[in-house]
Every structure is written in structure tokens, then in C-alpha cells.
Design a protein around this ligand. Structure first.
Ligand code: ADP
Ligand code: MG
Length: 264
């Protein structure tokens, strides 16, 4: 009887402390303990370990939700054979996440379809899985949001927001020009994060063309200066992965027509 009431008391202590998993596991853990007779410390280790695991998982799911990644792909799914020009060891080194610890940047440069977004997001996902906060945005979205914040008198808030994550993915710089105020806002985000958090930036434009993106070589130079000071530059100039499939289909089609064979 007294055993029952202490059981109830422990359950309610655990629930009161917000240790839901431990509270749920208490009964089966006690039952198993009757058999195994573990040391007191081992019993607590088992019970609290389950709670820690559940908490870690909940936090990870929350960080992943907040990161707003556009897809679920991982580095393991990246097909290096499709991109023979890409330096595999460079990606391996980035996958160690040392660049995140060092608060340095990654610049992925290449034409459309070569896997820049996939790699950027997969690296950021890895960082989030390791406990970092991550966030995904496009360059156009970033400047639209900073401009809106500036107009609404929320500049300090928005700067704090962009400075927050350990890894910020800025996708697709260069598809749209970012003149004047947009360039200045972009500069301020880069500047704010300089040596305090990593940026993984993807772009279809070589560094020499950045003056065109920002329509101002001075601000382009200032952005590049901060971005490149601690930076791994990854150039991917192979074939588009999207077009690869089409091209295969197309050549199969041609061969089939020429040879009168079947299309698989
Ligand atoms: P980019 O951002 O360079 O335009 P994406 O990362 O969007 O290219 O890649 C286009 C599509 O092809 C995506 O669905 C991506 O997951 C896939 N992809 C690109 N390269 C590879 C690769 N080497 N292995 C596997 N999938 C790839
Ligand atoms: Mg992309």
C-alpha cells in the first residue's frame, strides 16, 4: 500500500517537473527493476536517459520546423558521380561542420540544376541535427523582409532575427538584381553575421559579376570582402541534374527512332 502511494507520488513529481516520458516509463521501468535489480544509479540513468532522448528529439523536430528547409534531402543522397568536377573531399570536409564552429561561410557557385540548393540545405540540416539553429531563405526573400521591416520600424528586430541562427542558408543570389536599398540591406545582414554565424550562399553568378547583381561595385566589394574572408568556395560547373534525365530520355528517343527499337 505504501509502495503504491510512493509510486503515485513519484509519478506526480515527474509530471509536475514536466518529465512526461520518465513519468510514462516509470511503471514498466519499476517492473523490469523487480527482475533485474539494477543499481540505484543505473535505474535513474535508464529513466532519465529516456527523458533526455525524448527532449532532444522534440527540440530537433522544433529546430527543423523553424529552419524552413524546402526539402528533406541529405548529403548521403547526393550523387557525386553525376558531378565529377565537384571536389568530393571539400564536401566531406564541410560535412564535419567545422565551418560552423569557425563561423565561416560556404559559397556554392554554379549554373541552375547542379545541386547547389540540395547541398546547401543538406549541410544546414546536418548542422541543425548537431544542435545548431538553422534557417533557410532566398536572397530575394531576405531583402523583401528586411525592406518591409525597415519601413515598419522593426529594423533592430529583423537584424536580431537574421543574426540568430548558427547557419543561415541564403539561396539563389543573382537571379534577381538587388539594387540600391536591397543591396544595402543585404550588406547589413552579411556584415552583422560576419564572424558570428555561418552563411551558406548559393549563386549562379561568378564573383566577378557581383557588381551587376548589386548594380554597385563598391557595395558588391564590401559584401564579398566580409563573405569571403572566412569562406569555402565550391564551384559546380557540371551538367544540370534536372536536364540529365531529359537528355537521357531524349537520346533514348533519338536512338529508338533511328533504330526502330523500344523506349524504356
Ligand atoms: P540548383 O540549386 O543548383 O539549381 P538543385 O539543388 O535544386 O540545383 O538540384 C535540382 C534537382 O536535382 C533537385 O531535386 C536536387 O535534389 C537534384 N540533384 C541535383 N544534383 C544532384 C546530385 N548530384 N545527386 C542527387 N540529386 C541531385
Ligand atoms: Mg537552387
Amino acid at each position: 500500500m505504501s509502495k503504491d502511494s510512493s509510486y503515485q507520488r513519484v509519478r506526480s513529481h515527474l509530471a509536475y517537473l514536466g518529465l512526461r516520458t520518465a513519468s510514462e516509463r516509470l511503471a514498466p521501468a519499476l517492473e523490469a527493476a523487480e527482475q533485474d535489480k539494477p543499481a540505484y544509479a543505473d535505474f535513474l540513468d535508464l529513466l532519465l536517459g529516456a527523458e533526455v532522448e525524448a527532449t532532444e528529439d522534440r527540440r530537433l523536430q522544433r529546430r527543423l520546423r523553424l529552419a524552413g528547409f524546402p526539402h528533406q534531402k541529405t548529403l548521403e543522397q547526393f550523387d557525386f558521380s553525376a558531378q565529377p568536377g565537384l571536389d568530393r573531399s571539400l564536401i566531406k570536409e564541410l560535412a564535419t561542420l567545422r565551418f560552423v564552429e569557425e563561423r565561416s561561410n560556404v559559397l556554392l557557385i554554379g549554373p541552375p540544376g547542379v545541386g547547389k540548393t540540395m547541398l546547401a540545405v543538406a549541410l544546414a540540416r546536418r548542422a541543425v541535427e548537431s544542435g545548431q539553429r538553422g534557417y533557410y531563405t532566398t536572397a530575394a526573400d531576405l531583402v523583401a523582409r528586411t525592406s518591409k521591416a525597415a519601413a515598419e520600424g522593426r529594423w533592430q528586430n529583423t537584424m536580431r532575427f537574421w543574426a540568430g541562427p548558427g547557419v543561415l542558408v541564403v539561396d539563389e543570389l543573382g537571379y534577381l538584381p538587388l539594387p540600391g536599398e536591397a543591396a544595402s540591406h543585404f550588406f547589413q545582414v552579411v556584415s552583422r553575421r560576419y564572424e558570428s554565424g555561418s552563411i551558406i550562399l548559393t549563386t549562379n553568378r561568378g564573383i566577378a559579376e557581383w557588381g551587376d547583381i548589386f548594380e554597385d561595385t563598391t557595395v558588391a566589394a564590401a559584401i564579398l570582402d566580409r563573405l569571403l574572408h572566412h569562406c569555402t568556395v565550391v564551384s559546380i560547373d557540371g551538367e544540370s541534374y534536372r536536364m540529365r534525365g531529359h537528355r537521357e530520355k531524349l537520346s533514348q528517343l533519338r536512338a529508338a527512332i533511328a533504330g526502330g527499337g523500344e523506349i524504356r
